[in-house]
Ligand binder design. Structure first.
Ligand code: SAH
Ligand code: F3S
Length: 482
């Protein structure tokens, strides 16, 4: 889905508007996918009602929460290191602080966490955040507390998330939770449970509220957004049994995109993540129809080999994927496409690896997120297959994939030179406080001198130069979207 961000870096610590009268201090940080960052906003909102305001300062926190990722072993190791850090702070500076683990690792390890990590007082899975007030009461009484029950219905649609660490311009809105796809390498179906879609009405309300607060861009989030389906809630399989009347009022992902784009015609919309097997033509058509749906699709493929795709339980072939790419480019010629790839899945041969490189050569992705296979406990691949590709080979193949992607990224960014493109200004450039940083519709970062523009403006920028990841340009005026 999700995009794995910040996994190797220190997780962002987050801030929110303070609620008056709140006296307790919450330090919350997130690792892993965008969904975790979005979930932390839900958690902060729930705790805001329980007397907690956030702090950036571990030393003064009454409660420390870490929202965790299990997607690869390295992600879990990062969290273990953070727990060591919390422990040191507790021993030396803040003896009364309580520590809780949220998210996928909490769900995967359950009560083992309380046994393995003495510092942990609280373990809460991704569907149990509404139980936090009760769990915290137990912790205050001196008992460890745990709730890792997964739900078939919970979407947190009724919770207005507080926005943490926000630029005030871009926000995430979650639309589905869980995943039913069961890719054999992936731990997500076990840690986030069954797939369920959120009430479209509550999505539109959240979007309208964001617009009224000055936000200009929303990314709709889900592990697998294309399988969004609402006819009143519940699981996809119930829909097949549903009456015609329910079907007549059903909303699928293409319809949801249409609703969002119409509800706020000047707001930009993105979505993540798409699984090729669930991506439909009507989504491409909705994108082509609405100027405010960005021309960018994150379309993970994982491998270019039909045999490996099958072993991964990815339910499409390489040829079907090419057809999808061709259809996207036909209807939206300037659409940017990005990938996720896994190098060294069990039994992967050199020939399979070459298939991955040749698939990349066909698509020439704008960017990508590439990983060496990491065996995850409990997944089908772990139970049925041996993790038989030596680390050195995984790494070499991964490096070849990364090198090829870098070539393609540079080729793609160069294609923007000389064009004038609409950019939404998000923040100061990392390199210079005299430059703004924003993104064009294709999700490429664009940097340009500030002029009189401000954060949140849509500006036309003439692109003059680039690296493989960033476009450099000069503003030529406001776009007509302001
Ligand atoms: N829902 C998304 C992916 C979620 S996980 C989809 O449709 O593909 C994000 C990415 O992490 C995946 O796309 C995959 O490339 C990578 N990933 C997941 N499990 C992994 C594992 N066991 N080892 C290495 N990479 C993995
Ligand atoms: Fe994981 Fe596949 Fe779902 S990668 S999140 S099981 S689409």
């Amino acid at each position: 889905m999700e995009k794995i961000i910040n996994e190797n870096k220190q997780g962002q610590s987050l801030t929110l508007d303070k609620k008056e009268g709140n006296t307790r201090k919450l330090f919350i940080e997130s690792y892993g996918c965008q969904m975790n960052f979005s979930d932390s906003e839900i958690v902060a909102s729930i705790l805001n009602e329980q007397g907690y305001n956030t702090t950036q300062n571990l030393e003064e926190a009454d409660l420390v929460l870490v929202n965790t990722c299990s997607i690869r072993d390295k992600a879990e190791q990062t969290v273990r290191k953070r727990l060591e850090k919390y422990n040191a702070v507790k021993q030396n500076q803040n003896p009364n602080m309580k520590v809780g683990v949220l998210g996928c690792m909490a769900e995967r390890l359950k009560s083992k966490f309380l046994e393995e990590e003495k510092i942990v007082d609280l373990v809460v899975g991704p569907d149990a955040y509404k139980d936090l007030p009760n769990l915290l009461a137990e912790v205050e009484d001196g008992r460890d507390a745990i709730n890792v029950i997964l739900s078939k219905e919970e979407t947190y649609g009724d919770i207005a998330p507080v926005r943490l660490n926000t630029n005030g311009v871009t926000a995430f809105v979650s639309i589905t939770r869980g995943c039913d796809n069961m890719c054999t390498f992936c731990v997500v179906p076990f840690t986030r449970g069954r797939e369920r879609s959120r009430d479209p009405q509550s999505i539109i309300e959240e979007i309208n509220d964001l617009w009224n607060k000055g936000y200009k861009e929303v990314t709709l989030l889900g592990q697998n957004v294309d399988s969004f389906l609402w006819y009143g809630g519940g699981l996809k399989k119930d829909f097949e049994k549903a009456s015609d009347m329910q079907k007549a009022t059903a909303v699928n992902f293409a319809m949801l995109l249409d609703m969002c784009a119409n509800a706020q015609p000047k707001m930009r919309f993105r979505f993540s993540t798409s699984n090729p097997q669930d991506f439909t033509m009507d989504v491409i058509e909705a994108m082509a129809k609405h100027r405010n749906i960005c021309n960018y699709i994150h379309l993970p493929v994982q491998s270019g080999s039909n045999r490996i795709l099958k072993e991964m339980n990815r339910l499409h072939t390489r040829e079907e994927y090419f057809l999808l790419i061709d259809n996207i480019k036909r209807l939206i010629p300037d659409c940017a496409i990005s990938q996720d790839m896994i190098a060294g899945f069990p039994t992967e041969t050199e020939e399979d690896h070459q298939d991955t490189l040749s698939l990349m050569a066909y698509v020439k992705y704008d960017f990508g997120f590439m990983f060496a296979y990491s065996e995850r406990p409990g997944t089908l691949a772990e139970r049925k297959m041996e993790d038989d590709i030596p680390n050195a080979i995984k790494k070499r193949r991964l490096n070849e994939i990364i090198a090829l992607q870098q070539e393609h990224s540079l080729m793609r960014t160069k294609q923007h030179i000389g064009k004038t493109e609409e950019v939404l200004i998000e923040k100061l450039s990392k390199r210079s406080d005299q430059h703004w940083s924003g993104r064009n519709t294709q999700n490429t970062v664009v940097v340009f001198p500030k002029g009189d523009y401000k954060v949140g403006d849509f500006v036309n920028v003439k692109i003059t130069d680039c690296t493989s990841a960033t476009l450099i340009g000069e503003a030529v005026g406001y776009s007509d979207n302001n």
